[in-house]
Design a protein around this ligand. Sequence first.
Ligand SMILES: C[S@@+](CC[C@H](N)C(=O)[O-])C[C@H]1O[C@@H](n2cnc3c(N)ncnc32)[C@H](O)[C@@H]1O
Length: 205
Amino acid sequence: MLHSHDRRSQLHQPSLSKPHLKDEVRFLQSWFQNPLKTGAVSPSSPALAKMMASYLDPKLDGPVIELGPGTGPVTKALLQRGFAPERLFLIEYNPEFCALLRLRYPGVTVINGDAYALRKTLADRLPGKAVGTISSLPLFTMPQVERHRMVNEAFDLSHPGTPFVQFTYAVVSPVPLVPGAIEGERSPRVWMNIPPARVWAYRRP
Ligand SMILES: C[S@@+](CC[C@H](N)C(=O)[O-])C[C@H]1O[C@@H](n2cnc3c(N)ncnc32)[C@H](O)[C@@H]1O
């Protein structure tokens, strides 16, 4: 719920000039502007976001990297799971989504940039090794070599053995497994999402 002063400041931000829009509409607009980058026509459901967040352990020490937060359903699930806002480092390509996330989740670090240039985009802002990475990026639009490079960069920035979590609508793993280098476990299908999806948790053994 926005307080009245929040609504006023929201109206003064050009990127949030349509505060009445629902997230579904914001998402659809983003999809029309850039379908390959947006990668979905509506935000993830609370059920899918909760499933993704369940793979990260708030009792471990360190920040969380979130890639492609969009309008923030996964961010919300991470907060509900017990991560303090200050532990969340979000990288989002769409500047309008970034403005919305900053307004909606005070204390969270929102970086407007490219998740595929992970280390460069984070620019030493992580306070320590991460407890994992949680991603909603549309991976299939990128070459496999780029996906592997990005996932390995995320592993390098995280505690050993912690996961890179990714949802997908696809039947196959969006990050091809590499025996001994990238292993993966997948969740049951989450039916309460449009379309139904599943979650992969990748780890470097
Ligand atoms: C499928 S949407 C998921 C949004 C949200 N996490 C959800 O689950 O509803 C993908 C998001 O990734 C963002 N994105 C796509 N490519 C990106 C990149 N290279 N770097 C950062 N964000 C990116 C898009 O702008 C979009 O917000």
